[in-house]
Each structure stands twice: as structure tokens, then as C-alpha cells.
Design a protein around this ligand. Structure first.
Ligand SMILES: [Zn+2]
Length: 104
């Protein structure tokens, strides 16, 4: 197995871990749990061995078989500036920018 010791971005130490990997494929993002990966302990950059990367690609190609989705709040940077005057009118403005899950 290829071994990576040093992060190519920040030169931090890279450790082998099982992670929830974020994987970009053809403009889509999917998350995959329990992926063996190399993770920089300093900046969090993720590296995958070639066979692992191939497998992630295969999973991404079959994304219609993925049944679980993970949602993240999506905020507008500008909206956050108005957060202190949102109290009277109900929900704080950033909740307006929660959107449906991106289809993963
Ligand atoms: Zn790093």
C-alpha cells in the first residue's frame, strides 16, 4: 500500500483513518462512511489510495442506490449580518436559507 507521510498542502502529519469521506464526482458530492483514507492531522485534507478512490467512483456512479442523505444548513454570508434584527419577525433570517437536501 502506498504510504503518505506528509500533507502536500500544509506539510502536516498524515494519518491513516476510517472517515466519512466527502467525494466529488461529476459535479455531485456524496459522502461515504467508513472509508479508509489518509487524513492530515493539521488541515484535515483527505487522501485516498488508488483502489479506494476507484471504489468511491463506483459508489458515486451508483448513487441512485444511495438511500440516506445528509443535510447541511446553507446560509448566505450577507444574511448573517442581519441576524440580530430577526427576532421580532420570527425565524432568524438564516433559516430562510435552509434548503431541501441537495440530491446526493
Ligand atoms: Zn495538511
Amino acid at each position: 500500500m502506498m504510504s503518505i507521510d506528509t500533507c502536500e498542502f500544509c506539510e502536516g502529519t498524515v494519518e491513516h483513518q476510517q472517515i466519512r469521506a466527502r467525494f466529488h464526482f461529476r459535479g455531485q458530492t456524496i459522502y461515504v462512511d467508513h472509508v479508509p483514507a489518509w487524513v492530515c492531522t493539521k488541515c484535515g485534507e483527505q487522501y485516498f489510495d488508488a483502489p479506494v478512490y476507484k471504489r468511491l467512483e463506483q459508489i458515486a456512479r451508483q448513487r441512485e442506490r444511495i438511500t440516506e442523505t445528509v443535510c447541511f444548513p446553507l446560509a448566505e454570508y450577507d444574511m448573517a449580518l442581519n441576524s440580530h434584527d430577526g427576532g421580532e419577525r420570527g425565524a432568524p433570517p438564516w433559516t430562510l436559507h435552509y434548503r431541501n437536501c441537495l440530491s446526493l
